[in-house]
Design a protein around this ligand. Structure first.
Ligand code: UD1
Length: 419
């Protein structure tokens, strides 16, 4: 199993190129199931989760070809299976994103229930309730969500809670439904907007994506298109925090600064000088130690839960005491136990971590438990004194493209070891 060996501390400096957003690429690839003509998707990140969704599409009979520029051409004109099996869904919950497109286009879908998840219960009840409101007959049998419908009907849906993949699933269902669908209390994440723009490119009629009310006029069919996935804001944010924690100076390019406002505000509060331009962000920490910052995660445009672990690591070595409150997922502090093993002074009280910054972290063998927790541990390793060995980095590989190469380019001493 691969591990990352990191020798710290070391100031990061240089330029990192940001990949396409995982959380936009996944719904967009699932959304190709809606179309009857070939589609080219560009800027797809090379990640384990992307490979998983491509395998799922191929199992359904979708033709997928990847050219030498890593552009993906998808042809879903001949779909032979409408089933997402447990073996794939259990490795990636986002497989649930095929549910909406399959029911909308074929009137049937059998998608395995995702089951437990390291960061909390993560139910899909709102995805199911939304499809039922659109007229689908949905049951759960033998661990599968079975959805059937002649043609989905437009309706008015108000989400009980803001859900990103829930909004995406129902948005994709609505584009081929009969009539108008209004999705209220929708997620406003940039990845939802990116999916909507992709669907519009294929001929969908969607208004209001990026706001909490999305209005969709159903169309009979979607055609082909050519679309470029937006940059990954969480990847960009992670490298910026890495530089902030090591007193460094880096520029992330091929990034989208306007999708990272809440994170940039916190980095400025931590003492970093941030400059942005068209497609780039530069952070300069000028050799200084960051100042502790209070964080509260919430749906976009507030501070993203996917950056919470990274800021735990930053606050662990920052000057001062801070609180980090997690409001999205109930069990997303597993990195805290590992950070404590590196000498961090963190106390957990319910969904809040109280962090007293220490002068330095000490290297230790640590274990990744989920995708973003593992990013937090890698960052801690970069700032800690000595050699940190991060185990179970398949979690990192789900969401960060060539993380060790990108970090080495900005001066980190990090290597992948296989044992
Ligand atoms: C997506 C992101 C993930 C991010 C999360 C929150 C993808 C592939 N993943 O996950 O990286 O951390 O948004 O920004 O885009 N909920 C329900 N019922 C439902 C659905 C959700 O109660 O049917 C609850 C969840 O338990 C959670 C909250 O809603 O407490 C938000 O979850 P949601 O936005 O759905 O997360 P994902 O879409 O799974």
């Amino acid at each position: 199993m691969d591990k990352l060996l990191i020798r710290g501390p070391g100031e990061l400096s240089g330029t990192v190129k940001i990949s396409g957003a995982k959380n936009a690429a996944l719904p967009i690839l699932a959304g190709t199931l809606l179309a009857t003509e070939p589609i080219v998707v560009r800027n797809i990140p090379h990640l384990k989760d992307v490979t998983t969704i491509i395998s799922l599409l191929q199992m359904m009979g979708v033709q997928v070809t990847i050219d030498d520029q890593l552009n993906v051409e998808v042809d879903a004109s001949n779909v032979t299976s409408r089933e997402a099996p447990y073996e794939l869904v259990r490795t990636m919950r986002a497989s649930i994103l095929v549910l909406g497109p399959l029911v909308a286009r074929f009137g049937e879908a059998d998608v395995s229930l995702p089951g437990g998840c390291a960061i909390g219960a993560r139910p899909v009840n709102l995805h199911i309730a939304g499809l039922q409101a659109m007229g689908a007959d949905v049951s759960v049998e033998n661990g599968f969500i079975k959805a059937r419908a002649r043609r989905l009907k437009g309706t008015h849906i108000v989400f009980d809670t803001v859900t990103v993949t829930g909004t995406e699933n129902l948005l994709m269902a609505a584009v081929l439904a009969d009539g108008e669908t209004v999705l209220e209390n929708s997620a406003r994440e940039p990845e939802v907007t990116d999916l909507a723009n992709f669907l519009i490119e294929l001929g969908a009629k969607i208004d209001g994506a990026g706001s909490s009310t999305i209005v969709v006029q159903g169309v009979e069919k979607l055609g082909g298109g050519d679309y470029t996935v937006l940059p990954d804001r969480i990847e960009a944010g992670t490298y910026l925090v890495a530089a902030a924690m090591t007193g460094g100076r880096i520029r992330v390019v091929d990034a989208a600064p306007d999708t990272l406002e809440a994170v940039l505000i916190k980095l400025r509060e931590a003492g970093a000088t941030i400059t942005t331009g068209e497609g780039w962000i530069e952070l300069d920490m000028k050799g200084r130690r960051p100042t502790a910052v209070d964080i509260r995660t919430a749906p976009y445009p507030a501070f993203p839960t996917d950056m919470q672990a990274q800021f735990c690591a930053l606050n662990a070595i920052a000057d001062g005491v801070s609180t980090i409150t997690e409001t999205i997922f109930e069990n997303r502090f597993q990195h805290v136990l590992e950070l404590q093993r590196m000498g961090a002074d963190i106390q957990l009280e319910g969904n809040t971590a109280i962090i007293k910054g220490v002068d330095r972290l000490m290297a230790a063998p640590v274990m990744a438990t989920d995708l973003r927790a593992s990013a937090g541990l890698v960052l801690a390793g970069l700032a800690a004194t000595g050699e940190t060995l991060v185990d179970r980095i398949y979690h990192v590989d789900r969401g960060y493209e060539r993380i060790e190469e990108k970090l080495r380019q900005v001066g980190a001493t990090i290597q992948r070891v296989t044992s």
